[in-house]
Design a protein around this ligand. Structure first.
Ligand code: ASP
Ligand code: MG
Length: 406
C-alpha cells in the first residue's frame, strides 16, 4: 500500500473551516487506498504570538520554557484535525513529539532531530488509523519538550516520511508550488513541475521562503520524494526529485533573493598569513555565519581590504565582535552597509553550460546595476547589489535566462 506523509502549514490550518477542508483532503488520500500520516503546523500567526508573549514575560528567557510555550500551537491543531477527521468517519489520533517519540538533541529553541521511533505509529498505520503528528517539536535528552527552530515543521514532516519509509511527502502550503522567482515581484514567474533536491536546497538557502532548507537536506539525504502544493487548489504542485529523474535540465531553474544581508569591509588589514583566521575565528566562535568573502589584491604587498557578508540580523554583533578582536589584527576602518540584497541564479544545468555567469553580469550591466561582491558554487551564482535594484534585477534576469511565462 502506498504510504504518504501530508504536511499542512499555518495558513492551511488557520481556522476551523480550513482544518475541515484539510480533513477532507486527508480522507480523500485514505479512500484512494493510501496509508496516511499527517504533520501539522500551528494556526497562522499563533507561533509569532507565543514567541511575543514569551519575550514580554522575560526578554532573556529560559529556553526550556520558551519551548514549552511555543510548541503549544501545534498541539492545538493536531487535536483539532484529529477531531475533524473523526467527524468524517476517519479513525485518527493526535501525537505530540514526546508521545511518538521524536528524539532531538538538547539545544532548546533550535534542537536537531536525532531519530524518530516509529514502532507505535507503524502499529496504528497497520490498523488503518491516521496519526496526526504535531510538527516543530520533539523531546530532548532531559525529557523535556524541544522545538526545532522557526519553520521547523517542514523538517518534522520530511523526517517522519524518511523514518516511515513513505513513498512521498506532500507539503501543503498557500502557493501552488516552487516558482522560477517570487511571483509577487516577477509577474512572469512560472511554476516548476519538477526541481532537483540540490536546486531546491540552494533556492531555500538563498532566500526562497516556500520550504525550509533543513527539510530539503533531509529529503535529499534519504531520497524522500517531495511535492510542494497548495491546500487551496486541486492542481498538482512541484515535485522535488533526484537529478536522474529530470530529463531536460535548464541552464537556470530559478532565482532567489535575500534582503537580510549586510556587507562589512575592513580596510588596511595586514597582508600576511593568519589574518583571515584572526578575523573570522572570533566570528565563528560567536556563532556568526559569514557568507560571501572577498580579499582584494594588496597594492603595496603589505595591506589589503577584506569584504564579507553576514545576515543583517547579525550585523550589530559582528561589529561588536570585530571591535573586541582588534588586538589580534590591525585594520584602519570598519565599514558596514546593510542596504544590499543578494541575488542568486540557480540551476544544475550550469555544470555543463558555459556563459551562465557572463549572462548575469551583462544583464545587470545593461541595467546600470553595479555588482559589489560575487560568489559561486557549482550550481549557483550570487551577486550582492544595492537593495533598491532588487525588483529590476530579478525581472531582467528572469527574462535574460528565458524563464518568463508566455
Ligand atoms: N509553527 C512553527 C513556526 O511558525 C513551525 C512551522 O510552522 O514550521 O515557526
Ligand atoms: Mg513554514
Amino acid at each position: 500500500m502506498p504510504r504518504i506523509v501530508q504536511k499542512f502549514g499555518g495558513t492551511s490550518v488557520a481556522d476551523l473551516d480550513r482544518i475541515r477542508s484539510v480533513a477532507a483532503r486527508v480522507k480523500a488520500e485514505v479512500e484512494a487506498g493510501n496509508e496516511v500520516a499527517v504533520v501539522v503546523s500551528a494556526m497562522a500567526g499563533v507561533t509569532d504570538e507565543l514567541v511575543e508573549w514569551t519575550s514580554q514575560m522575560a526578554p532573556l528567557h529560559d529556553a526550556r520554557e520558551y519551548d514549552t510555550i511555543v510548541s503549544s500551537g501545534e498541539q492545538v491543531t493536531a487535536g483539532l484535525l484529529a477531531l475533524a477527521l473523526q467527524e468524517r468517519g476517519v479513525v485518527a489520533r493526535s501525537w505530540l513529539g514526546w508521545q511518538v517519540p521524536v528524539r532531538t538533541d538538547g539545544m532548546h529553541g533550535k534542537a536537531r532531530l536525532e531519530r524518530i521511533e516509529t514502532a507505535e505509529l507503524e502499529t496504528r498505520l497497520a490498523r488503518k488509523e491516521v496519526p496526526v503528528v504535531a510538527g516543530f517539536q520533539g523531546i530532548g535528552p532531559d525529557g523535556r519538550i524541544t522545538t526545532l527552530g522557526r519553520g521547523g515543521s517542514d523538517t518534522s514532516a520530511v523526517a517522519l516520511a524518511a523514518a516511515l519509509g513513505a513513498d512521498r511527502c506532500d507539503i501543503y502550503t498557500d502557493v501552488e508550488g516552487i516558482f522560477t522567482a517570487e511571483p509577487r515581484i516577477v509577474a512572469k514567474a512560472r511554476k516548476l513541475d519538477k526541481i532537483t533536491y540540490e536546486e531546491m536546497l540552494e533556492l531555500a538557502s538563498q532566500g526562497a521562503r516556500v520550504l525550509d532548507a533543513r527539510a530539503v537536506q533531509i529529503a535529499m539525504k534519504h531520497r524522500v520524494p517531495m511535492q510542494v502544493l497548495s491546500s487551496f487548489s486541486a492542481t498538482p504542485g512541484t515535485f522535488v526529485l533526484d537529478e536522474g529523474k529530470i530529463v531536460e535540465a535548464h541552464h537556470v531553474s530559478g532565482l532567489a533573493y535575500s534582503r537580510n544581508e549586510a556587507k562589512i569591509t575592513v580596510t588596511h588589514v595586514a597582508d600576511r598569513p593568519g589574518v583571515a583566521a584572526a578575523l573570522f575565528g572570533p566570528l565563528a566562535e560567536a556563532n556568526i555565519n559569514v557568507d560571501m568573502i572577498v580579499q582584494n589584491v594588496s597594492p603595496d604587498g603589505k595591506s589589503t581590504d577584506m569584504t564579507f557578508t553576514v545576515t543583517e540580523d547579525d550585523l550589530a554583533r559582528t561589529i561588536e565582535v570585530l571591535k573586541g578582536a582588534k588586538d589580534g589584527f590591525e585594520y584602519d576602518t570598519l565599514l558596514a552597509d546593510s542596504n544590499v540584497v543578494k541575488i542568486s541564479v540557480i540551476g544544475v544545468g550550469m555544470r555543463s553550460h558555459a556563459g551562465v555567469a557572463l549572462r548575469m553580469f551583462k544583464t545587470l550591466a545593461d541595467k546600470g546595476i553595479n555588482i559589489q561582491v560575487i560568489s559561486t558554487s557549482e550550481i549557483k551564482i550570487s551577486v550582492l547589489i544595492e537593495e533598491e535594484y532588487t525588483e529590476l534585477a530579478l525581472r531582467a534576469l528572469h527574462t535574460a535566462y528565458g524563464l518568463d511565462a508566455d
